[in-house]
Design a protein around this ligand. Sequence first.
Ligand code: GLN
Length: 479
Amino acid sequence: MIRTIDEARSLLAGGSTGRDLLERAAARQAELESEDPALNAFLSTIEPESQLGSGQEAGPLAGVPYAVKDNICTPDLPTTCGSLILEGYRSPFSATAVARLDAAGARLFGKTNCDEFAMGSSTENSAFGPSRNPFDRDRVPGGSSGGSAAAVAAGVVPFALGSETGGSVRQPASFCGLVGLKPSYGRVSRYGLVAFASSLDQIGILTRGVRDAGQVLEIISGPDPRDATCQDRPLPRAAALDGVQLDGQVIGVPEEYLGFGLDGEVRQAFDAALGQLEQAGARIREVSLPSAPSAIPCYYVIAPAEASSNLARYDGVRYGFRDGSGAGLEDLYSRTRAGGFGAEVKRRIMLGTFALSAGYFDEYYGRALLVRQAIANDFERVFDSGVDALFTPTTPTPAFRLGEKIANPYDMYLSDVYTVSANLAGLPAVSVPIGNIGGLPVGAQFMAPRFTEETMLGLAVRLEELVGYAPPDVDGAAA
Ligand code: GLN
């Protein structure tokens, strides 16, 4: 197992090479896949033997292995987005975030399983079979970055990249006892992140501890000439997190986030964590975000609308899978898309195409944009009134069972009820584990004003110290 970046560093300091650590990750991965049922966290992994083991790596993450969600481009391994339509597809270039990690000396171990094109909350929408929750293999790891969460929680790699459009890093982090960080929109380049809904998408980070997330964030952040939405702001410094004190911080708790089917035991864990923050000197203030109940409907107009446009490029001509068994170009498009996309992706394309159609544009897409602005205004008003960060449960329940929600998309969509607003408003958010319910981890999240990751992660470090919860090691299918 390699649990944390520090653990990797001490192995390296003790004489291990970067290749040794990749071998260790491969051994752990093989062990997890030999169990029944397998974790199915990875869609592809590198051969450690093919890698240099000189031990000469330089950089802040020299020799540290990591994993990347399979919707982020890496030339060394395929990028399938969990879809048959990209099966075997290999990108000719690296995503900027991946290139920055490589330049920092980190080493890609593998690509992780995910819901097809990051659409889902359980990884059950992967064309390559679901991943499983390391703490209960009959349950989902969350999604859509479920493979990344399972890989880190089971100790294959100390950190993984995921992606967030509406909660796909924080929700699986909560289900797997991890820290899940969604940066501000515009903090991390989206170049090489396969587009789902471009105005919401952001690469995120899964780790065991907040400080590790902070270290990775500092490396992958910053402007990129290849992504005009990525901003030139002072980098969030990992070294600054310890300077953030709870004393005097105003932490808002939005009343709307304690409804929406919040499980009683999750509520208890949340209240206990909130009490600890207060005892340690934070000033807790009840606040209201009146548009919060509209977040899920708003998201499920905007995200499918953008997806229907972004996914038009998978036509059987330019990338991956092609079904040329019909006659003519129209037939090539429709057969390729009919055979290459799964049910959820098709549902979203239809929803999105409908919402953007001439007769319904104003009624659906136009109105959703107004609601999105109202949601952003709610946050702005609360932050302007002196609230430094908001604190809420990350998910209404702990991990659910495989198959439990797949037949009812609306139920599945509701597992993101607390997470989508941060994406709609472009805010940074971080989920921190706060305990477990019958062995199933649960998390709570901070959301903060845009580009205030340093303060937000500092608060998260304090919370993690106060709660003192670390998920146990997973040692087998029985765990
Ligand atoms: N679960 C949400 C969805 O299905 C969010 C996905 C994501 O953040 N990528 O769209």
